[in-house]
Design a protein around this ligand. Sequence first.
Ligand code: ZN
Ligand code: ZN
Length: 253
Amino acid sequence: MIPNKLRLLWRNMGLGQTRCANCLAPFTPELPSNALDTPKNGPAGAAAPLCPQCSILFTPYKGPRCPHCAVPLQTAPAPCALCRQNPASWDGIAAYGLYQNTLRDALLRLKFGGALFLAPLLGACLLEASCCLPWPDALTAVPQHPVHLRRRGFNQAHELAKALHKLSGIPLQTELLRRHAPHIPQTGLSAAERRRNKHHAFHAPAAAKDMRVWLIDDVMTTGITLSAATHALRAAGAQGIYVLIVARTPLHS
Ligand SMILES: [Zn+2]
Ligand SMILES: [Zn+2]
């Protein structure tokens, strides 16, 4: 045990001061109670420490969810009405939180604000969420439309997969999925039309054969994109496809 006097000295001298991985404010992490422990603040610990305010805000959703699409439910985990009608095409799903409040802000800052410094923190959220999934042969991220990629300069799903690869050591295979630009714009299409439009948007090479893959994305809303990517991996012979997302929208859209 570390005496309280030493803790006070550590804090007053600003020893071990770091920056919060979410709000970037400087703070001194709590000294661990055991000298052999490393300071742990937030899901990534020392890799992406969180200040006391942010660590309260970054908490996983632990309530009941639909086991197929991860939408939160009021009752015990069971397939939601939509999944009972139209079962998900992937073999399993894990999500860290809900697409609201702090988590939504962080994902929007990463995607539209270019805040790439948030990737290690959000990658750690993926790692925490993934504990229920079978260990994969590789990670792959949902690719972006080439047009969007050119405009934004980076793919947020790929940045998250890269961060998860660094934390877990699981191989990252970006070439397992390719995406073509859609022929028809998605805007104004019905859900059925969007599904048809996206169905041919992805291609997976023969290298995916017999692989167990974690398919990484930032947010799941309708699941149409993830479903199209899953179909492409399945067509190439992948044996296990598990969707891993940072956040799920709280309602079906
Ligand atoms: Zn903070
Ligand atoms: Zn569902």
